[in-house]
Ligand binder design. Structure first.
Ligand SMILES: [Fe+2]
Ligand SMILES: [Fe+2]
Length: 143
């Protein structure tokens, strides 16, 4: 069975963001399990619907954080989030039409799991590093 792993290379060391990423990874694994269980598509639909909902919640939190800090790469980061939400919607449509097939599982792996890993290691880490660096500078200014 396919499995998504929350490896240390994905840690941003921001407790809230890391906990949410962990939850996203857990949900992806529930989706894989549902596809694998062969119990029809209902379980997979529930898992994917939750993933979509939680993703929107998580992205909203990151976007708020970026806006508060006037993050210079906000537009690119938000565009990546928006594109991913569209991808997940497309996958939900596919699941409704074709069921939890092996082809669907492959697509989840490529378009959800792999995307998420690349996004966290790239854009999310960069965002948190910038935020940490910025608050460090603010501390310097206070001293
Ligand atoms: Fe994230
Ligand atoms: Fe992000």
């Amino acid at each position: 069975m396919k499995k998504a792993e929350f490896l240390p290379s994905l840690y941003t060391h921001n407790a809230i963001i890391d906990a949410q990423h962990q939850e996203l990874i857990n949900t992806i694994n529930k989706l894989y399990e549902a596809i694998d269980s062969g119990k029809g598509t209902d379980e997979a639909k529930n898992a994917l619907a939750f993933l979509m909902q939680y993703t929107v919640f998580h992205f909203g939190g990151e976007e708020k954080l970026m806006q508060e800090d006037k993050y210079p790469l906000f537009t690119e980061h938000k565009a990546a989030h928006d594109a991913f939400v569209e991808t997940v919607k497309g996958l939900y449509q596919k699941l409704m039409e074709e069921g939890a097939t092996e082809d669907f599982a492959d697509q989840v792996e490529q378009e959800i799991t792999n995307w998420l890993i690349v996004h966290i290691k790239g854009m999310d880490l960069k965002m948190i590093e910038w935020k940490n660096h910025r608050s460090g500078n603010q501390m310097d200014n206070l001293m």
